[in-house]
Design a protein around this ligand. Sequence first.
Ligand SMILES: *[C@@H]1O[C@H](CO)[C@@H](O)[C@H](O)[C@H]1NC(C)=O
Ligand SMILES: *[C@@H]1O[C@H](CO)[C@@H](O)[C@H](O)[C@H]1NC(C)=O
Length: 894
Amino acid sequence: LKKSSCLKLFSLMILFSLLFPVFDLLPSSSQRLNPAVLKPILTDPTLNEVYVISTFKLHTKSSATIFGLYSSTDNSKYFEFTVMGRLNKAILRYLKNDGKIHLVVFNNLQLADGRRHRVLLRLTNLQRGAGSVELYLDCTQVDSVHNLPRAFSGSSQSPDSIELRTFQRKAQVGIVPQSGRMDCPGSGNADREGAIKSYMSTPLSSVYWIASREFFPSWIIYQILLFHPVFPFPFLKVKETSFLRNTIAECQACGKLRRCDSNSCFRGVRCTDTRDGFQCGPCPEGYTGNGITCSDIDECKYHPCYPGVRCVNLAPGFRCEACPVGFTGPVVQGIGISFAKSNKQVCTDIDECRNGACVLNSICINTLGSYRCGPCKPGYTGDQTRGCRTERSCRNPELNPCSVNAQCIEERQGDVTCVDNCRYVPNSGQEDADGDGVGDACDEDADGDGILNEQDNCVLTHNVDQRNSDKDIFGDACDNCRNILNNDQKDTDGDGKGDACDDDMDGDGIKNILDNCPRVPNRDQRDKDGDGVGDACDSCPDVSNPNQSDVDNDLVGDSCDTNQDSDGDGHQDSTDNCPTVINSAQLDTDKDGIGDECDDDDDNDGIPDLVPPGPDNCRLVPNPAQEDRDGVGDICETDFDQDQVIDRIDVCPENAEVTLTDFRAYQTVVLDPEGDAQIDPNWVVLNQGMEIVQTMNSDPGLAVGYTAFNGVDFEGTFHVNTQTDDDYAGFIFGYQDSSSFYVVMWKQTEQTYWQATPFRAVAEPGIQLKAVKSKTGPGEHLRNSLWHTGDTSDQVRLLWKDSRNVGWKDKVSYRWFLQHRPQVGYIRVRFYEGSELVADSGVTIDTTMRGGRLGVFCFSQENIIWSNLKYRCNDTIPEDFQEFQTQNFDRLDS
Ligand SMILES: *[C@@H]1O[C@H](CO)[C@@H](O)[C@H](O)[C@H]1NC(C)=O
Ligand SMILES: *[C@@H]1O[C@H](CO)[C@@H](O)[C@H](O)[C@H]1NC(C)=O
């Protein structure tokens, strides 16, 4: 408190923990007040301070009007104090001079929490205008509001008809005319009591107060004191009034003088102990207030920033955001009004033309904040995308580049250039949103809107305004649901309208609410088991399972999941179209319910695949007449499986259901769903499904494609595009469910996992090949087992580890090449850096998973790129398998 306010308080106030009531207990919460008490409070223009003190206890988050003064004739308000428990607010309402009610709102107050609180309101100059109110809560000033409009004096009501009401049902209101007693538990301060007593015995005409106290049985205690401060206290000694001042000012009825402690003054303000209690120094630069409470000054009101640039008010100080696009200028940041006034931000136009904004030899016009590119300069031909080159023309002899003896031919096609638009970052799709020749993957501002990708809410769409109506992470310009928060941007039917705002997500013409497969197109709406989930998306089409629960993430619902899989290819016997023949792909070309792998006539054309009258010269395409000019049936000559993708580019020429590498549809599998060690991975799929990027530092997780394979070759480029972190990334194959898959994982450095339960897991650097067959499934056991380099019983087996113990390098691309032949359990994986082979598992035999799905793996590593992904069906057993077997048999023999 400043000295001046202490002096003012000097003649003023008093506080009672308890006042003895004069009236008996009344059954009402409303009390008619002595007009002599109220008159000066409401009308006396010389009254300059009023104190209202109340002690109460409210149930958690409850709201209540603690006290108020009302007209008993028409119920109109004079004065009212209300606690809004749920909002952590309190509101003071009072009648202004003009007859309207004024509201003072106090924020961030915890008043309704089941505990006892004492609130003191100090009102100054309310009847004079430009008044203020200070709010003290439990001995600390917590708020102050200034420049309040004038109160009361315009009131036409007679004080006779004014009532005090309290929120208790049985409150007791007393007007104490002559005697009273200070009741301080545990205090025996005779001086203080004497002071109060003598004060209380002063003539009625001089002192007024109103007090009420909860009597019983409620444990809510309530007191109010309104006090006329004009009274001069002639009989109190300086020492006593000083006590009273401190008591009121610091709200410590029965306490001692408050000394400086860490909370006395606003943070950073010097506190000094004096004989009258503590004193606070001035507020820090950039703040205004009395030193106990200081509030931040909003320097932005003084317009320190360049027009159009956002000013950010800080506490303390302010900051101007960067100059507008096309302008340049220094960063402006500072504290205080005078700094804001004298250091205004200056932004100057950039002459983009001087910096080669347009292509060479074209016309460039600089404008304020921007520039325009025109056509090529005279004598040049081309445009802003192709460039401007010296014009060549057969017709114009000057521009004819050909020898006079040569024939000049004008070709319409321009030159085809083949340069990688990101030389150091893999981007198989060469995406380049702004067409500036720098690929998105390595362009700091991929859409060229002047806002760097990291700050840009539409990285690939030009949107200088950054408008974002729904406040998700995508600006309106690129948000597929502008008014609905959808950070996943999922758009099942790819119609440009995100699922969150698409009333027909799968685009099958049946609205979501009526669609029994809202995310899988099924116009027929067939639902054999009548469980409300259409066959097309039912994880148990023959068993009613409305909740579709699938704990092991194998796409087979728990209600029909037997996990009885005789051939180990990931398909349980009851649904396997070749229960005893390994065929993870489940290909059934003629759809006769018998998989090709165990069907003697795959295309059902009556010509057996292998035996006479076969072999069928088109095994997968019905051709009973076996037309043939050259040894291969005519009908399947260039497209063996007739899937409309010619064999030369078909990744599975003998499987009509798989044509190109595509991970656009994938299943997310979280390997530690319970743990909250880290967040779950965020996958982004690019380049028509041939590139996957994972952006988050996450818990272990998989993105798994839906295509299951028998024999497969799987290759891709692996690149960690950050210097942050040193953890795991890799890929998976043979995925059958979230407990059964192979993983190739690579850690950069050695590290013990930070969660030592259920066991201490130590990761070594280097590439590892692991067979995961987890008894527990996803969770902390599997998580730590994946992290750990080595075997973990009932979870993970380490099949191979690169003995070099070398971690992956930041921002370096590696190409992997995996061969998996589940029929014989053959696995071999190789890693290349450039053209150099850097790791090779050699022939590894494991038959835990007899085929399955492919995907990528990450664990606690952000910014991983799996680029240029390629898979190919391949059931040819590599030659080294024979060698391996021979050697091993030799070894066994000897
Ligand atoms: C799903 O429903 C089956 C019965 O149909 C019940 O046994 C199972 O507990 C349910 N699962 C969940 C996760 O609600
Ligand atoms: C299939 O695998 C074999 C053995 O590894 C290999 O020689 C052959 O090139 C592969 N076929 C294709 C189309 O990649």
